[in-house]
Ligand binder design. Structure first.
Ligand SMILES: Cc1cc2nc3c(=O)[nH]c(=O)nc-3n(C[C@H](O)[C@H](O)[C@H](O)COP(=O)(O)OP(=O)(O)OC[C@H]3O[C@@H](n4cnc5c(N)ncnc54)[C@H](O)[C@@H]3O)c2cc1C
Length: 410
């Protein structure tokens, strides 16, 4: 059995480490932060096996102008960062315009369909308090807005995602926390949420440690090679020998992969959440008003309002105004909430142009596995990614076809 170094203790890194450990490998996770303190800390907690619509879709070019000029648009680009983002943006727009969209949706479906099942394997009894197949509601403020979203409905229906269209009365009955703003909703009964994404990662990491895995608080800087194979990870805590490496460092994976000569288009899609006190009539499930592109999810510590996407690089400071807006928008939909944030957070979604992650061996160094780029659906895709990576390392028939996630597609 191999001594495997996993770089990154986010939801992807710990899921890979946990499944590899189950195969008998010795695993060591490296991260300067504690498990789950990166992007995996503050996501919206949505687990949607039916989340199959990529970010870039055929209408994307028409919307592009507003991204730079309107700071309140759901996707905003800092014009100072634009020159650096342009090559990625060109690929992003091309992915949406291409006939690939059905294939991308199908690959997302494969990665997401058994998310709950594989997390239950990893979480054991803790799954009961963390995972909830509560359903999700996609909400539309007018019939026209509903009609405009045909692509999403077509993709979901072609891929066998169960859903139901709800009238305003049915919406209020199912979700009394909502005000009377919505003309229609789509109810996805097989979707749901995790009520504490940080605890989910920490729980898996604790289980790995209990079973003899190691966690070292160190940052990977480079790799030592021996005959085209990585034989050690060079970290700020020293040289760490290994038989194999999994790069699962979220958006920071691009720099590490670059050390191995790989040029991967990966951009940070910065997103925010605010935590609000739980209103007296609490939402029962993730609520997704499409006009605002925010997710409102009941969590262990309050109501989380998460969303917005910003392209401004890794180093720009948090945009406090955009974060605060999330509370105000939520109040519009859930009248019982104060809209006053208890806490504010920003994270970096590691995003590829086609919304599919990169999973599989590095073409140059066969003992390096790549597992990053899950964008807006890394929580949903985490458990299956871990299983797939362990299948590929074991050389057994993979749970799902890894071809759509290969590094060489760009
Ligand atoms: C606002 C928002 C809402 C979201 N909502 C959802 C949702 O509802 N559902 C969903 O599925 N997804 C959602 N996402 C996306 C999801 O959170 C991410 O896709 C996922 O967390 C990515 O996980 P990761 O493990 O790849 O990255 P991370 O969680 O960022 O983990 C990467 C880790 O690598 C470490 N690292 C970096 N560099 C190094 C290095 N050199 N050496 C060692 N370690 C290193 C970092 O410290 C970090 O801990 C959301 C994201 C945001 C921002």
């Amino acid at each position: 059995m191999a001594n495997i170094a996993i770089i990154g203790a986010g939801v992807i890194g710990v899921s890979c480490a946990a499944f590899l450990q189950r195969d008998g490998h010795s695993v060591t996770i490296y991260d300067p932060l504690l498990p789950g303190e990166g992007c995996s800390f503050g996501n919206a907690g949505s687990i949607g096996p039916g989340s199959v619509v990529p970010l870039s879709t055929p209408g994307i070019v028409r919307q592009a102008a507003s991204w730079i000029t309107d700071p309140d648009s759901p996707l905003w680009i800092d014009w100072r960062y634009l020159p650096r983002a342009l090559p990625w943006l060109a690929k992003f727009i091309a992915a949406g315009a291409s006939p690939r969209i059905n294939g991308i949706a199908q690959a997302l479906r494969l990665l997401h369909i058994d998310s709950f099942t594989h997390y239950r394997t990893l979480l054991g009894v803790d799954a009961r308090s963390l995972l909830h197949v509560s359903g999700q509601l996609y909400l539309y403020e007018s019939d026209a807005a509903f009609a405009k979203d045909t692509l999403g409905r077509e993709l979901r229906s072609a891929l066998g995602v169960r859903s139901e269209i709800l009238s305003p009365d049915a919406i209020r009955q199912l979700e009394p926390s909502l005000g009377p703003r919505f003309a229609k909703a789509i109810y996805l009964p097989d979707s749901g949420h995790c009520s504490n994404p940080h605890r989910l990662v920490a729980t898996i990491a604790e289980d790995i440690a209990r079973n003899g895995g190691h966690f070292i608080r160190a940052s990977a800087k480079d790799f030592e090679l021996d005959a085209e194979q990585v034989c050690a990870v060079i970290t700020d805590a020293g040289r760490m020998p290994c038989d194999m490496v999994v790069i699962a460092a979220g958006v920071w994976s691009q720099r590490l992969a670059g050390r191995l000569g790989l040029r991967i288009p990966l951009e940070s899609l910065r997103g925010y959440h605010v935590m609000l006190p739980m209103p007296e009539t609490a939402p029962k499930r993730p609520l997704y008003p499409l006009a605002a592109k925010i997710m409102m999810t009941p969590m262990e510590h309050g109501l989380r309002i998460a969303g917005t996407a910003e392209i401004a690089g890794l180093d720009a400071p948090m945009n406090e105004r955009r974060a605060a807006t999330l509370g105000t928008i939520a109040k519009r939909y859930i009248p019982g909430t104060t809209g006053e944030p208890i806490s504010v957070w920003m994270g970096h979604r590691p995003t590829t142009p086609d919304s599919l992650p990169i999973i599989g061996p590095s073409p140059r160094h066969r003992n390096v596995m790549l597992a990053f780029g899950h964008g807006q659906t890394g929580l949903i895709g985490g458990s299956t990614t871990g299983l797939l990576v362990s299948d590929l390392v074991a050389g057994r028939k993979p749970t799902i076809d890894p071809y759509p996630y290969r590094e060489g597609r760009f």
